[in-house]
Structures are given as structure tokens and as C-alpha cells.
Write a protein that binds this ligand. Structure first.
Ligand code: NAD
Ligand code: TYD
Length: 357
């Protein structure tokens, strides 16, 4: 199999590539990593596989249709796994335009390029297009509501989730209208190695180690359903190999935690890792002004994926968080340059009300 992966220098895309290229139970595909290299991209995330003969990389912007078409024509993929996106809700509040460009226009361009390439080689029916999306397209749950599943109505509320919802609709349209065999996954919040330090878990680990204030938005009662990134990568590859064209799969970790619980646990794990008395770092927790339009709760019922893809989460949250803290402690050489050169840990997403593109 020849698989083009978009966004493979990012957090989840790199985990997909590492999994695809190291899974000894399956045939190893030829892969092409299509990534424009935004602030969120690092070559360190693919260092474990990028030396392999069946790994290739193309520095292409998915919003550039012409470049994409040439790239796919050269590579001749049998499948596309599409992860390239702007992924941070807070940045989408400050600058929504880039989210429309990459997540909406970019998804249109990769769909169109994949379709043209599959038609060119007369392999439309066998082709697979896996679109990696988020549970945030379903909006915000109340505390007692049942978790999202594949039947939940779309109700996005942030510029990020609106752009991802739009992309999901385009994917479905390319299946219904042009017969492109598409599969959509809607996954809950991920965490683990190579997570860009703007996101809650890595940001708190890094700030807790440095003894800096830990900014918890609002009351800290917002709930997310956390999935270890390698489990998500297995689900995506499962959808590629065993998913039914036209179907959607909800993927989640069965690990709902309030933000405050998550940050408190990180504090204790960092205390432990640094050899300090456990509990001390909880003093750093600082409640700050809430995120505009902050979704209260996300949760996923992944029984369809478990039934039909033969997948289930394998890393429980306590174990996964411990591994993640240990990874950030051991891999300062990966994240410190990002803080020095790309993002210094400042608050993002407070500019609602100011008009910006
Ligand atoms: P990320 O921000 O870590 O990485 C995104 C990657 O896409 C980067 O390497 C970046 O360079 C690349 N990219 C961005 N714009 C591009 C463009 N125009 N052309 C080519 N490449 C471009 O994101 P992530 O957290 O790994 O998320 C990957 C996908 O998974 C996204 O589609 C996201 O919506 C989805 N998702 C993320 C989560 C999560 O918790 N992080 C959960 C569910 C779904
Ligand atoms: P985030 O990692 O940005 O993911 P998402 O918004 O896609 O769920 O945030 C996870 C949760 O943590 C979300 O409820 C917002 C909250 N949060 C904070 O409380 N403080 C922070 O500094 C950040 C980045 C997030």
C-alpha cells in the first residue's frame, strides 16, 4: 500500500507515521508525509522513522491545489490519511482566517486532488480517504448528557470546530457526489509525546516544572475525554484498513476528567518526578478569565469503533499521564527550542471582540 499522510510533522500525524512504519503485524506501506511545516511542525516527531527507505516527505501547502495534484501524481497513493490542520482553539479565536484557509479550503483541495488522482489511475473504488476530525464538531455537552456518538447532530461553537465541521461536510459530499471512498473519525482530546506546548497538558507540565503559575480557565470544571495519542494513531490506521467507506467513527478514551483534576494530577506527577514533596506544585494553580465560548464538556461513546474496527483504548489516563510527564522531563531538547523560537507560553485566545483575520 502507498499512503499519503497530510500533517505528519504534527502531534497526531507523526504518531500515525511512527505506527504505520513500525507495526510488525501488518505489511509496511510506502508513505509520503505532506506537511507545510507550520509553527506546529517538528522533524523531531518523525526522527524515529524518517531515515527509513519507505518514508518520504513533501513540503507542500494543502491549500495549494496545483502543488498537491503534482505531488499525488508523482507518489501514486492508494490512500490519503488527512490530518493537516490548524488545531488550537485559542489561536482560532485570535486569527480565524488561517483556520478557514487550511481546514476548509485545504480539505477541499486534498479531496479534489485525491479524487482526480484515483480517477486518473482508475482506482476510485479501491481508494481510501481517511479524514481525521474532532469531537468538538458536536458542540458542548451538559454534565448529565449522554456522550457524543456517530448520530450526534453537528453544533460547532468555536472558529476551530466550525472549520472542522465544514471540512467533515465536504468529505461526506465527496463520498456521496463523486463516489470517493471516505471514512471520517471524530476523536476526543489527545495527549502524549510531541504535543505542541500551547495545549493544556504539555503547557502545564512545562510550567509546573519551572514553578510558574498554572493558568486554569474559568472554574476548571470543564471536562474533556482524554485519549493517549498512540491509541488514536491505532484507531486511525484501523479506520484505514478496516473502516467502511461512507462511515464515521467516534473515537475516545473513556477518560473524562475536569481540567482542574488534570492539572492537579500533573502537579503531583511533576513533584514526584522532581523528587519534591507531593502536593507543593498545586499552589501554582491560578484561575484566570475564561476562554470565550468555552465548551463545557466533551465525551465520546466509541462502541461502534470498538465493534467494527476491532479497536479499543489501551493506555489508561493515569498511566498515560505518567508516561507523558516522564517524556517531557526527558525531552527538554525537543520542547525548549519551541518555547525559545515559536511560542513562549503566553496566554492565547483572549482577543474575541477585536476584529482580526
Ligand atoms: P498539530 O497542530 O500538532 O499538527 C498539524 C500539522 O499540520 C503540522 O505539522 C502542520 O505543519 C501541518 N499543517 C498545517 N497547515 C498545513 C497546510 N496548510 N498544509 C500542509 N500542512 C499543514 O495538530 P494535531 O493535534 O496533530 O491534529 C492533527 C489532526 O487531528 C487535526 O486535523 C485535528 O483537527 C485532529 N484532531 C486533533 C485532536 C487533538 O487532541 N489534538 C483531537 C481530535 C482530532
Ligand atoms: P486545549 O488543550 O486547548 O484543547 P481543547 O480546547 O481543544 O479542548 O484545552 C483543553 C482544556 O483546557 C480546555 O477546556 C481549555 C483548558 N485550558 C486551560 O484551562 N488553560 C490553558 O492554559 C489551556 C491551554 C487550556
Amino acid at each position: 500500500m502507498r499512503v499519503a499522510v497530510t500533517g505528519g510533522l504534527g502531534f497526531i500525524g507523526s504518531a500515525v507515521l511512527r505506527h504505520l512504519l513500525s507495526d510488525i503485524d501488518e505489511d509496511t506501506p510506502e508513505v509520503l508525509n505532506i506537511d507545510r511545516g507550520t509553527y506546529a511542525a517538528t522533524t523531531g516527531a518523525v526522527a524515529a522513522v524518517s531515515h527509513l527507505a519507505n518514508y518520504r516527505q513533501a513540503n507542500v501547502d494543502i491549500a495549494d491545489g496545483e502543488a498537491l495534484r503534482t505531488t499525488l501524481e508523482d507518489f501514486e497513493p492508494d490512500a490519503v490519511v488527512h490530518l493537516a490542520a490548524e488545531s488550537h482553539v485559542d489561536r482560532s479565536i485570535d486569527g480565524p482566517g488561517e483556520f478557514v484557509r487550511t481546514n476548509v479550503v485545504g480539505t477541499f483541495e486534498i479531496l479534489q486532488a485525491a479524487r482526480l488522482e484515483a480517477e486518473r489511475r482508475s482506482i476510485l473504488d479501491q481508494f481510501r480517504f481517511v479524514h481525521v476530525s474532532t469531537d468538538e464538531v458536536f458542540g458542548s455537552l451538559t454534565m448529565d448528557a449522554k456522550p457524543f456518538d456517530e448520530t450526534t447532530a453537528y453544533d460547532p461553537r468555536s472558529p476551530y470546530s466550525a472549520s472542522k465541521a465544514a471540512s467533515d461536510h465536504f468529505v461526506r459530499a465527496w463520498h456521496e457526489t463523486y463516489g470517493l471512498p471516505t471514512i471520517i473519525t471524530n476523536c476526543s482530546n489527545n495527549y502524549g509525546p510531541f504535543h505542541f506546548p500551547e495545549k493544556l497538558i504539555p503547557l502545564m507540565i512545562i510550567k509546573a516544572r519551572a514553578g510558574q503559575p498554572l493558568p486554569v480557565y474559568g472554574t476548571g470544571d470543564n471536562v474533556r475525554d482524554w485519549l493517549y495519542v498512540e491509541d488514536h494513531a491505532r484507531a486511525i490506521v484501523g479506520a484505514l484498513r478496516r473502516g467502511q467507506p461512507g462511515e464515521t467513527y467516534a473515537i475516545g478514551g473513556n477518560a473524562e476528567r475536569s481540567n482542574l483534576e488534570v492539572v492537579e494530577t500533573i502537579c503531583d506527577l511533576v513533584d514526584e518526578a522532581e523528587g519534591d514533596s507531593v502536593g507543593g506544585r498545586r499552589e501554582l494553580i491560578t484561575f484566570v478569565k475564561d476562554r470565550p465560548g468555552h465548551d463545557l464538556r466533551y465525551a465520546i461513546d466509541s462502541s461502534k469503533a470498538q465493534r467494527e474496527l476491532g479497536w479499543k483504548p489501551s493506555v489508561d489516563f493515569t498511566e498515560g499521564l505518567r508516561r507523558t510527564v516522564d517524556w517531557y522531563v526527558a525531552n527538554e531538547s525537543w520542547w525548549q527550542p519551541l518555547l525559545d523560537e515559536r511560542y513562549a507560553g503566553e496566554r492565547l485566545g483572549t482577543s474575541a471582540g477585536e476584529a482580526r483575520r
